[in-house]
Design a protein around this ligand. Structure first.
Ligand code: ATP
Length: 901
């Protein structure tokens, strides 16, 4: 086939009949063959919108040398060269190049990590190829592909509808109008039809707000309507997180301080009689040393690597700022079904004819017995139960499948799957039923209406089946099925049903009612079919709690985080599950109806004590999240449906479900759980806290080390001693040592006790009072040690150049030990696993190796102006530097005893 003959630009597809579209695009109702789709992709390219142009690696590398600092350094090197200090000039240039390359590697890695994350969050599409339903990457969709649409889906390409059932599309992203558009598959013959009026077309980038349908892709990628305006809509979102912004500010402030300080000290040096040009280079080196230029890269790397660790722990962060907020989260509002529980429903009890029939068996394996009061019953003889199971399984879209390994799985909704399995246990085959009772219309399930209704042909008649919440179906029923006979429903019937439902709920069973009615085409309309129904009975299904959630809930309590359950389920069921999981040790349960009766003030007060919200619809969720946030909480909230999008957007951290969530909810979220599991939220919070801590550790390491250097230099100058460090040495410590250790600290694994602390308050900056005190203290200590070594060297009558070398190495060792200390700002490092941060060990070894190379290689000795040291000198300076470890250990001990009191 010659794909090149296919149309590649959009045309008047709305005026084509479905068959004409098939013909034009050489496709069929069964979709494209898989190999045909592959070859079409080669012709049309990926179904993607062109993103912003990416910076090339070369540009990124050159960019490293364009910063003001680098330019000043290069000027300084030129001045050194001019004044005859060729070795110093070359050394500075070599260090500048090394620093540039290191910076490039850091930024390149960070960029790659972020790209990888973006790919993971890429959208999917449901297509039919070779008659089989497949879940593919939206980028792989090609013209001619048949794709399926259901509530909450993001539309992957422009398509002509093949069929549409109550299909409503939210097209505001394209048309700017927020009204929902009703779609059909009918041909439109009028000329000049506006985009918004092409009711038989769906457009990329819009989303299904209701209903179902199938469409054939007519244009993809930049050929779509969305593609045409994509360049206008280019994402201009600020990719920096508030933390990054704050740190940029901090960096700037330190920069100004550094330049002022360096200028002052250089002038002081000149006043003391030092050479002007030499002092200029020295001053520049000092200023560069104090400015934490690696800060942005280290922060990005810590964030990106942390986010990668989160992916391994099943949490995919979509927006980087979420990482910081996660660390401060103190309330998690979680859905029950699927997140706290396994969403593997099994019907345990069926209430029909005023009696309860028990069903045995577990999971989706359709094997089990029916008993009544412990006595086996033959399902075929239970007319009402058979009627209920038949209607219930027809009123759904879920199918039961046996896999190659013999395992039974369901494709679709677990609640529906449970009914299909029970029906099969009773001897009914869904495929046979569906053929015998074809569906002709439907009203899909929604969390608001809490029900679903379908209309079927039953030979020459039409019947309506409905399943949904017990109280909802009781409301729409006028009759009840009693031992196969339909009679008007009495108040006593209602009471019996309600009490049976409550009993099931108290056993943590999820209840669902089923009802039916006849359909008279002369009188009935789709709007009236959900009234005057015949109540068939209720089923009680068990949804086992997720094993790992109990421990995760306990971790929440230890970490000062309040878990709250929000569910569409019955209050009694919710409370039973909440108690079992440990969520409801104390606190109240509130239902949606009770919530509606409350005034705003009452609600704001009640929310403080409520841990279970039951029978909640998505609208209530928004109210809950707002009230919690008004109370000053940092709220993480889960959601999966289309209507959860507003509350996901509103919450500090909106969390969507990767498996069961709709595209719309995913798009509104900050984070996606790839396993839908509550425990993964808690893991993500742990990582979030750890990332923040690591950035803090790096800052403390860097600032205390820099303070140490500056204090020491000021002291030696004031004491009228020769300046112990030259420009090259300063740059070596700043670029090589700091760079390596900083990255290593950025990847420190979470500290063991991190989830037994209270959440950080958002107002608390990265440098709080405690860390500032720590920085001052350690900076002073490093200065004290290095100056001590220097004075000792002079006092012991070492040649002055050797004393300077001793100062240089004392500073390297003290800062290195400080780096090891910074693995934890509270815990003893002797209590921490030595090998847990291999990167740090490696960085420390490389730093040591390079530092020794400086003194061992004669040429480097010359370049760095260092002298070979005696064993006594080495012993003295190493033991003195070790004091950084010993004294800081005592300091940490003091802090620990203080905080424990
Ligand atoms: P969560 O705990 O995640 O809120 P939920 O399933 O209880 O989960 P919804 O999905 O909003 O919440 O369902 C609300 C109610 O709607 C359920 O309690 C049930 O009575 C009814 N229901 C759920 N699924 C279906 C379905 N597929 N068809 C008809 N009714 C359903």
């Amino acid at each position: 086939m010659t794909e090149k003959n296919l149309p590649q630009t959009p045309q008047n597809w709305h005026a084509f009949t479905v068959d004409e579209v098939y013909k034009e695009l050489q496709s069929a109702p069964d979709g494209l063959p898989v190999n045909e789709a592959t070859s079409r992709k080669a012709v049309y390219g990926p179904n993607e919108l062109m993103g912003e142009k990416k910076e090339s690696a070369l540009k990124l590398l050159l960019g490293q040398f364009m910063s003001l600092l680098m330019v000043i350094l290069i000027i300084a090197a030129a001045i050194s060269f001019q004044t005859g200090d060729v070795i110093e000039a070359i050394s500075i240039i070599v260090i500048v190049i090394l620093a540039g390359v290191l910076g490039f590697i850091q930024e390149f890695q960070a960029g790659k990590a972020i790209d990888a994350l973006k790919k993971m969050a890429s959208p999917h599409a449901h297509v039919i190829r070779n008659g089989e339903e497949l879940d593919i990457n939206a980028a792989d969709l090609v013209p001619g592909d048949v794709f399926i649409l259901k509530t909450g889906d993001k539309i992957p390409a422009d398509g002509r509808l093949i069929d549409a059932s109550n299909l409503r599309i939210e097209e505001s992203s394209l048309t700017g109008e927020s009204v929902v558009s009703n779609k059909t598959n009918q041909v439109i013959t009028e000329a000049n039809v506006q985009l918004g009026d092409r009711k038989n077309l769906v457009f990329m980038g819009t989303s299904v707000s209701y209903g179902r349908g199938r469409a054939i892709a007519v244009s993809t990628g930049m050929h779509t309507e969305f593609g045409k305006i994509a360049t206008m809509l280019q994402n201009t979102e600020n990719r920096k997180t508030p933390l990054q912004d704050n740190l940029d500010q901090l960096g700037k402030k330190i920069g100004i301080f550094a330049i002022a300080l360096a200028a002052l000290m250089s002038l002081f040096g000149v006043w003391r009689g030092e050479d002007l040009a030499k002092m200029f280079t020295w001053g520049v080196a000092l200023a560069v040393a104090v400015i934490p230029e690696a800060l942005p890269a280290v922060v990005t790397i810590s964030l990106a690597l942390g986010v990668r660790r989160m992916v391994k722990r099943k949490a995919l962060v979509r927006k980087l700022p979420a990482v910081e907020t996660l660390g401060a989260t103190n309330v998690i509002c979680s859905d029950k079904t699927g997140t706290l529980t396994q969403d593997a429903m099994t019907i345990r009890e069926i209430f029909v004819d005023g009696e309860t029939i028990a069903v045995s068996g577990g999971g989706y394996t359709p094997e089990g017995k029916f008993t009544h009061n412990g006595e086996p019953v033959n399902p075929a003889e239970q007319q009402s139960m058979m009627e209920l199971l038949r209607s219930g399984s027809l009123c759904g879209d879920t199918i039961l499948k046996r896999m190659g390994d013999g395992e039974w799985v369901i494709m679709g909704d677990p609640t529906e799957g449970a009914i299909v399995v029970a029906a099969k246990k009773a001897g009914m085959e869904l495929e046979v039923l569906r053929e015998e009772y074809p569906r002709i219309d439907e009203i899909p399930f929604s969390s608001e209406t809490k029900r679903m209704t379908t209309v079927h042909m039953v030979r020459s008649r039409t019947e309506v089946y409905s399943k949904g919440a017990v109280e909802v179906l009781l409301n729409s029923s006028e009759f009840i099925c009693d031992k196969g006979v339909t009679r008007p429903m009495t108040n006593e019937d209602i009471e019996n049903v309600m009490s049976a439902s409550l009993k099931m709920s108290e056993k943590a069973l999820r209840t669902l009612a089923i009802a039916k009615r006849n359909y008279d085409p002369r009188k009935d309309t789709i709007a009236s079919i959900e009234t005057g129904m015949t109540f068939l009975g209720i089923v009680g299904m068990f949804d086992p709690p997720r094993e790992e959630v109990k421990a995760a809930i306990q971790t929440c309590f230890d970490a000062g985080i309040k878990p709250i359950m929000i569910t569409g389920d019955h209050k009694a069921t919710a409370v039973a599950v909440a108690k079992e999981l440990g969520i409801m040790k104390k606190g109240n349960a509130l239902s949606g109806a009770e919530l509606e009766l409350m005034s705003d003030e009452e609600f704001e007060e009640a929310i403080l004590k409520t841990v279970v919200f039951a029978r909640i619809s998505p609208g209530h969720k928004l109210k809950i999240v707002e009230a919690l946030m008004d109370n000053g909480n940092i709220v993480a909230m889960t959601g999966d449906g289309v209507n959860d999008a507003p509350s996901l957007k509103k919450a500090d951290i909106g969390i969507a479900m990767g498996i069961t969530g709709t595209d719309v909810s995913k798009e509104a979220s900050d984070m996606i759980l790839t396993d839908d599991n509550f425990a993964s939220i808690v893991n993500a919070i742990e990582e979030g806290r750890s990332i923040f801590e690591n950035i803090r550790k790096y800052l403390v390491f860097l600032l205390s080390g820099n303070m140490g250097t500056v204090f020491a230099l000021i002291f030696t100058m004031l004491a009228d001693m020769p300046i112990p460090l030259n420009a090259v040495q300063i740059l070596f410590i700043n670029f090589i040592m700091d760079g390596l250790i900083a990255i290593a600290l950025g990847v420190e694994p979470p500290e063991p006790g991190i989830m037994s602390r209270k959440p950080r308050t958002v107002k608390e900056g990265i440098l709080n009072r405690d860390t500032l005190v720590y920085i001052g203290f350690v900076g002073g200590l490093i200065a004290f040690i290095t100056c001590g070594v220097y004075v000792w060297g002079i006092f012991k009558k070492f040649p002055i150049d050797e004393a300077k070398t001793m100062f240089f190495y004392a500073l390297i060792f003290a800062r290195l030990f400080n780096g090891l200390n910074c693995r934890s700002l509270e815990q003893s490092i002797f209590k921490m696993k030595f090998m847990a941060n291999k990167a740090l060990i490696l960085s420390a070894l490389v730093t040591l190796l390079l530092s020794f190379a400086v003194i061992a290689v004669p040429d480097l000795q010359l370049a760095f102006s260092v002298k070979t040291l005696t064993t006594t000198a080495w012993a003295g300076l190493i033991s003195a530097s070790l004091l950084v470890m010993v004294i800081v250990e005592f300091w940490k001990m003091l802090i620990r005893t203080n905080t424990n009191q």
